[in-house]
Design a binder for this molecule. Structure first.
Ligand code: GLN
Length: 192
């Protein structure tokens, strides 16, 4: 089998950092901006940024429908911060026209850890990640208010799930690409 190609949704947000993280792990990474790009990838990272902006750009780029179809067909995806919001089933405090991809059974509330000034860092134990706690950078992070029965919670802060998985969908509320710790990307690649 040829090596998997990992897409990074490149409409807005910290795309370059995710591409660099994947390449540092030896993965073949491709920026995804069009439906044709999406066809070339075996899995997709949805970076942090602004979920409202990305939601609108998914529509204008023509990516929304093919992306929903790929997710439905079981394509592995890793959503970080805004990416987690986009993959969640239900989004609270979103824009009225913000549409979610509903790939993981989570209810998330945007910006609920507090305003920009309340962005914070934490060391977390994450199930499936060995070698000590993971350093996590939270920037206007979403809070998971509800996780369905099919969702496995892999890490928590103050009783809120911040790393979760359902089937081939992995999400985290923070920015793993900013901390120089590639273990969550590695966990994702193991599932691809
Ligand atoms: N607050 C952003 C949103 O709602 C997410 C922040 C982030 O990705 N760092 O989309």
């Amino acid at each position: 089998m040829p090596p998997a190609t990992i897409g990074v949704l490149a409409l807005q947000g910290d795309v370059r950092e995710h591409v660099a993280a994947l390449r540092a792990l030896g993965a073949d990474a491709l920026e995804v901006r069009t439906p044709a790009d999406l066809e070339r990838v075996d899995a997709l990272v949805l970076p942090g940024g602004e979920s409202t902006a990305v939601s609108l750009l998914l529509a204008s780029s023509g990516l929304r429908q093919p992306l929903e179809a790929r997710l439905e067909a079981g394509m592995p995806a890793f959503g970080t911060c805004a990416g987690m919001i986009l993959l969640a089933r239900e989004v609270l405090d979103g824009r009225a026209d913000q549409q979610s991809l509903a790939a993981i059974d989570l209810t998330v509330r945007r910006n609920a850890f507090g305003p920009q000034a309340a962005s914070f860092e934490a060391d977390l134990d994450v199930a499936g990640v060995t070698g000590g706690p993971l350093h996590a950078v939270f920037i206007r992070a979403p809070v998971v208010e509800k996780a369905g029965d099919a969702v496995e919670v892999l890490g928590e802060v103050d009783g809120h799930p911040v790393v979760a998985r359902q089937g081939k969908i992995l999400v985290c509320a923070f920015h793993p690409e900013l901390a120089g710790d590639l273990r969550l990307h590695e966990l994702f690649l193991q599932e691809v």
